[in-house]
Ligand binder design. Structure first.
Ligand code: ADP
Ligand code: 5GP
Length: 187
């Protein structure tokens, strides 16, 4: 077994942004590409950001037992971690980086135990979170409402994670993450 780092937070808190910065800094990182039944957004590319599957293909892979965990994060939209991603990354001797919803994060932490560091990314406030979701400019009003609707409940789950990082100033948050992660991977 190798090591894994997982990032969870309500949508819009900045997980993807922070992970992109960390991927450039840590050569040992490899990103676990999740499967999803939603359509690509913005500049997203199949096989790089996600494996984009139809709803039927996603369910067929659930039935085959291909997922380590999966969730219907939003009604009608599923996301999941493929077992094959874990094998691929550990076979290459790398540290797995997960970007998963809050329930998925708790499940993955339970699965990997001390081999995983679970990081909760906290927004400075709900108001700022809403602004960021809007300024991202990739989601419809309906999608933003769905995402915000989940966030209050998700924010309550922060104490279940190993560490919480407040994403106020991006560079400050990234630096804090670097320090915590360096300690974990050198343990
Ligand atoms: P998530 O992956 O958690 O859904 P994103 O990384 O897509 O969130 O970030 C949501 C939006 O907020 C993006 O437009 C991103 O550029 C912006 N953002 C992320 N972190 C910060 C920050 N510290 N300050 C200001 N804007 C940020
Ligand atoms: P988005 O549509 O913004 O890319 O992602 C929506 C939510 O799904 C985010 O909270 C993201 O972390 C989560 N997510 C992405 N991949 C997975 C996964 O493999 N498993 C779980 N449980 N959630 C995921």
């Amino acid at each position: 077994m190798g090591k894994a780092i997982l990032f969870s937070a309500p949508s819009g808190c900045g997980k993807t942004t922070i992970i992109k910065e960390l991927m450039q800094y840590f050569d040992c990182f490899d990103f676990s590409i999740s499967a999803t039944s939603r359509k690509p957004r913005g500049e997203e590319v199949d096989g790089r950001d996600y494996y984009f599957l139809s709803h039927d293909d996603f369910k067929a892979r659930v039935d085959k037992g291909d997922f380590l965990e999966w969730e219907e994060v939003y009604q009608g939209t599923c996301y999941g971690t493929l077992k094959s991603e874990v094998e691929r990354i550990w076979n290459n001797g790398k540290v797995i980086v997960f970007d998963v919803d809050v329930n998925g994060g708790k499940n993955i932490k339970r699965y990997f135990g001390n081999d995983a560091l679970s990081v909760f990314v906290m927004p400075p406030s709900i108001e700022v979170l809403e602004q960021r979701l809007r300024s991202r400019g990739t989601d419809s009003e309906e999608a933003i409402a769905k995402r915000l609707g989940r966030s209050a409940e998700e924010l309550k789950q922060a104490p279940h994670f190993d560490v919480t990082i407040v994403n106020d100033d991006l560079q400050r948050a990234v630096n804090e993450a670097k320090q915590i992660i360096e300690k974990f991977i050198n343990e």
